[in-house]
Design a protein. Sequence first.
Length: 284
Amino acid sequence: MAKQLKLNDYKQQIADVYNRRSHNYDESQWHLKIAHRLVEYAQISPGYDVLDIATGTGHVAIEVAQRVGSSGKIVGVDISTQMLTLARRKVEALSLSNVELQLADAEALNFPANSFERILCANAFPLMTDMEATLRQWMQFLKPNGLVGFHALADAALVGVVIWQKIFEKYGVLQEFSQPTATTADTAEKCHNLLERSGFEAIDIKTEQYGNYISLEEAKQRWTINSYPAPKFSNTLFQLPSEQLQEIKAEFDAQLEALVTEQGIWNDGTSFFAFGRKGKNSEQ
Ligand SMILES: C[S@@+](CC[C@H](N)C(=O)[O-])C[C@H]1O[C@@H](n2cnc3c(N)ncnc32)[C@H](O)[C@@H]1O
């Protein structure tokens, strides 16, 4: 791909993580399921123009392409060249002619105003650095009455991340983790408020309960998790002096051990599918 993106350190790390992870990304049934649910909720009709933010290997883009048909169009953007390469291969294998894939940062896009009926973002929205500004920007690209929809995980989701958060709080380690869902229990409300502050109307948050049991061993491996939403976590964590890091690692393991039940450790996946509508008469 000829185009090169100028990314800051944080985004370059994300792109690197997904470039490395791309070869087996499609083995994850979780991401496919979440993408599918988001598309189902998005009320897509034939002929729609849709923007798939952080398209990855194209889960949303491909399903939407099939739904909008030849009179519609889907544009997928991502910062990871390798994820896009896989998406492109799948699009070609399926002979889909209504999909356009672009290397682009979702927080610095450049589309004409009023371009899309739907803007969707599956499994990636919490990676955005300024979510409110980003949503405002995306709103400009929506046609009046168009819908934005994103997926976010609940506070209690992903056991490794939950324990990390507790430990970070305990040790007072600076945490720049910018999820709309962070810190309070009422996370659907946080998504709602974020969409409201960004100027969206008719906000609708669908909650779905997911989760599975994992072994203590698997949970402990999440210490070195190298993807969602790791770059910010690991950046902060691994800069600590090694003695403190060892202490924190011991605490991480101990907190996981305390969660073990007969079935294993519950790894929550409670998910929010958050939708907001651009006003019919919106000037944005
Ligand atoms: C977990 S994958 C999700 C991919 C796809 N949406 C799905 O549901 O399978 C996260 C994707 O977000 C992309 N991403 C993260 N930050 C981004 C940004 N600022 N702009 C564009 N893509 C981004 C990553 O490169 C990666 O492909």
